[in-house]
Design a protein around this ligand. Structure first.
Ligand code: IDP
Ligand code: MG
Length: 136
């Protein structure tokens, strides 16, 4: 039975700044994802705070929000079978040092905070995050 899902992906400022946008998009395509929506934007810190609200009690919250709003990002809706978990696998572990070979974060991530990509962690959050950036 097919189980087509959508998930939200963000190419973070460290990767956009290094002109990795096309290489990362190609990794998604090579792994069977369709890029159904995409836009390059820069968000306000207040928007990053809202997007990452789940982390508001974490010690890294302020730096994280400052970082996500520090430069252009590419926000995308990715679609394929089991897209949410598939994207998490392709991204690799939060800390690039712990990420498996072949993952985006292993290949391009610089550090735990500059780890090149964001991906929704559940189907429910994917819907919330897609709606956050692509309210039609
Ligand atoms: P995820 O991006 O793999 O889902 P989360 O735990 O949801 O990881 O954290 C959101 C983002 O916050 C991470 O991608 C990373 O950039 C940053 N982050 C997570 N843990 C730390 C930390 O311990 N120090 C600094 N930044 C962190
Ligand atoms: Mg997360």
């Amino acid at each position: 039975m097919s189980n087509i899902e959508q998930t939200l992906s963000i190419i973070k400022p460290d990767a956009v700044e290094r002109n990795l946008e096309n290489e990362i998009k190609q990794m998604f395509k090579d792994n069977g994802f369709q890029l159904v929506k995409e836009k390059k934007i820069q968000i306000e810190k207040s928007e990053a705070e809202s997007f990452y609200k789940v982390h508001e009690t974490k010690p890294f919250y302020n730096d994280l929000c400052a970082y996500l709003s520090s430069g252009p990002i590419v926000v995308m809706v990715l679609e394929k079978e089991n897209a949410v978990i598939g994207n998490r696998e392709l991204m690799g572990a939060t800390n690039p040092n712990d990420a498996e070979v072949g993952t985006i974060r292993k290949k391009y991530g610089i550090s735990i905070d500059k780890n090149s990509v964001h991906g929704s962690d559940s189907i429910e959050n994917a819907k919330i995050e897609i709606n956050f950036f692509f309210k039609d």
